[in-house]
Design a protein around this ligand. Sequence first.
Ligand code: HEM
Length: 219
Amino acid sequence: MTARLIAWLDERLGLSGFYKNVLDRKVPKVNWAFTLGSASLFLVITQAVTGVFLTAYYIPHPDQAYDSINYIMNDVAFGWLIRGIHHWGASLLVVTVFLHMLRTFIYGSYKYPREITWVTGVLLLLVTLGMGFTGYLLPWNQRSYWATTVATSITETVPLIGPLINQVLRGGEDLSTLTLARFFSAHIWMFPAALIGILGVHIYLVIRLGISHIPSEDE
Ligand code: HEM
């Protein structure tokens, strides 16, 4: 019965082709450093799932953001766990993405034909940092408020357009309700949308080109 159901679905969805090309690919003999991309992918998914749960209770308004985080931590069932995973996962993600980049650099995996995999990787690093930067403000506590004040004022040092960048980021002269709304929107909509698109290309290329091997001495 199960076999017939699988055969029925396979005929319509091409599951065996997907299995053969995506999950059952041949990989060269590599080492643990080659798992860092998958570790990053796992963390991205964890961040997405825990982040969605957090939006059920978090309120992106200066009067309520701090209290809503306190509520998540103390009153919501397993809220401390979900927020803890999201909080520490963010730092861990930056570390694993950076180590993954280092691995692909050290083994020369960015060379022909994987140049576009590398370029999409650089964009992914920027988006990951952007998610971290915008997420940091959301608890709206003293640390996040002043860290964002300092970080956004650094943009003022850019020649000519510096003050404009600062204004666009803050939505005015100082940090306000608008800044929080802007950062929240970037954190849950703009950066994730960019991440999904770029990650799709990145993973497609990994599947299409196959994983690189460890270069031998005569290469
Ligand atoms: C959210 C961030 C990222 C995710 C989820 C991700 C995911 C992955 C995965 C799953 C692989 C295949 C497994 C592996 O080689 O470890 C891979 C390969 C690759 N990634 Fe990333 N990646 C990210 C960021 C980056 C960055 C920042 C760079 C470099 C700037 C990069 C460059 C590459 C390259 C060149 C490959 C091909 C490796 C090979 O064929 O040996 N990636 N990535």
